[in-house]
Ligand binder design. Structure first.
Ligand code: BTN
Length: 168
């Protein structure tokens, strides 16, 4: 192989490498779904485990939600395949329900990241006879929410206490 052909191969390999790195999906950060719920995922560990907080905009009762803990795991990244992941949200203080999400991260040519998910929402029922109606299923699409530096999920959204406290 001539030296110019060798250089071309090297350049092409470099471009492919940079392109795939740019298009890699990072789960960490702040995300918003089409229902206007917010989710903040902290750094993903080397083994794929992650945690964060979820603030749902909609609730079963229509009442106010508290930011709730989420825990999940992401598959290892493999060449040319965007990672799948799963996480659970244990709704805290305002509900006995639990939601399990599974999904995959995608990045389009312009670098826009999208998390497509499906979820199962399990609410507590009082008896085995009511078990049949205890689980809902649905879909959520998340996109990254850009925020001013230092802003977090909690600083972006008023808490239940703030929302319900009577005017002075
Ligand atoms: C409850 O109301 O008891 C728990 C909150 C459930 C919120 C659900 S989870 C799936 C869907 N996606 C959201 O962002 N919120 C709803």
């Amino acid at each position: 192989m001539g030296s110019s052909a060798f250089t071309l191969v090297l350049v092409l390999a470099l471009v492919a490498c940079i392109t795939s790195a740019e298009r890699k999906c990072q789960l960490s950060g702040l995300w918003r779904n089409e229902q206007d719920s917010l989710m903040e995922i902290s750094a993903v560990r080397d083994n794929g485990d992650f945690q964060g907080k979820y603030l749902t905009r909609v609730t079963l009762t229509g009442g106010c939600a508290h930011a709730s803990p989420l825990k999940g795991a992401q598959q290892q990244c493999s060449e040319g395949i965007w990672p799948t992941f799963a996480f659970t949200v244990r709704w805290d203080k305002f509900s006995n329900a639990t939601t399990a999400f599974t999904g995959q991260c995608f990045v389009d040519k312009g670098g826009k990241e999208t998390l497509t998910t499906m979820w199962l929402l399990r609410e507590a029922v009082g008896s085995l006879e009511e078990d049949w109606k205890a689980t809902r299923v649905g879909r959520n699409i998340f996109t990254r929410k850009r925020t001013p530096k230092g802003k977090t999920l909690l600083s972006l959204s008023p808490s239940c206490e703030d929302a319900t406290s009577p005017a002075p």
